[in-house]
Design a protein around this ligand. Sequence first.
Ligand SMILES: *[C@@H]1O[C@H](CO)[C@@H](O)[C@H](O)[C@H]1NC(C)=O
Ligand SMILES: *[C@@H]1O[C@H](CO)[C@@H](O)[C@H](O)[C@H]1NC(C)=O
Length: 372
Amino acid sequence: MTNLLLFFVLEGLLLGVWSKETCPGFRPLPGIEPRSLTCKASALTTELQDSTMDRSLSQQILELFHDCQQQSIDLDKKDLCRAELQREIQRIFPQTKLYLVGSSLNGFGTRSSDADLCLVLIDKQINQKSEALHILTLIQQLFYRLSYIERPQLIRAKVPIVKFRDKVSGVECDLNVNNVVGIRNTFLLRTYAYIESRVRPLVLVVKKWACHHGINDASRGTLSSYSLVLMVLHYLQTLPEPVIPSLQKEHPECFDPTMQLHLVHQGGSKISPYLSLNSSNLGDLLVGFLQYYATEFNWNNSVISVREAKVMSKNNEMEWKNKYICVEEPYDRTNTARAVHENIKFDMIRKEFIQVKWVSRPGDWGKVRSER
Ligand SMILES: *[C@@H]1O[C@H](CO)[C@@H](O)[C@H](O)[C@H]1NC(C)=O
Ligand SMILES: *[C@@H]1O[C@H](CO)[C@@H](O)[C@H](O)[C@H]1NC(C)=O
């Protein structure tokens, strides 16, 4: 176990994973350069000793977390941009409201996270293929006239978006229309993020690990950050002694899918911290997470359900049929991992989980050690 831990950390050290990692953003487009993550390497300069390895890995995860988590100044910039755009949009659509959603607000953002925005016209679902697309065309035209908006592009995905850069904050933004499930799940995830102190550092280190290995990019057929977060939450929920509960089961009234949108952000605020009986440290949880998906989890027939806090069986349901990875969206129950639709990408993802184990053989350990 110690060797495995040490290799995991050393691999990062040798390749400079935390110091100069570049991680392509979610859905990058030609001509948009990957943004560098500016995480300090300081987290890894501590002398590594076998006997203190467990603690040391936990400490390093914490330091990584403190260095890379989104700061309030980052959020302020995004919110300023949101308020400005809302004002502009209200000139053509008076009754609308613009919400910040996704990693910027769900507690799992890093300093380099994009800003996801959701324009709400009316408090109900609209047809994304026709209605939403039409509105986005008008929004794109509006954005062409704003000097601080760079490269507004219309992307025709399942949930279409306008993608652009805000020159003032330097932030890349994705704007959708009425994909309100994104508002609800942002606040569900936010409650998970803050209900237990180990959740955020663990999710962040997993995101960095996945980014580094090129398996955190839905636009290239691998995992979205959202799926990765749900995978970590699922692992924490299903330990013999769980680190977190299912919030939707424990507090259904706070996460009611029919709750009015302007009330959603208060939903989780009354929930008190979860007192887990599992006192595992962050290092053990990280290794446990990697091992769970390398050896225990049955990809063939399992659906990850954070809503139920358990593995569900595919049961020949349409949503899961012929899918490589099944992660249930906690509100609309679609597959958040549908981007993984090629066997080669699926193998790549599984391989990354398994490889962490391979290197724990004594022979490799000697090699790693001499490479230091
Ligand atoms: C606590 O979590 C660890 C993973 O870090 C797991 O191996 C262990 O089984 C859990 N303990 C209990 C009592 O469930
Ligand atoms: C999963 O399915 C693949 C082929 O579809 C098969 O080779 C493999 O043995 C299956 N694994 C399990 C654990 O059922």
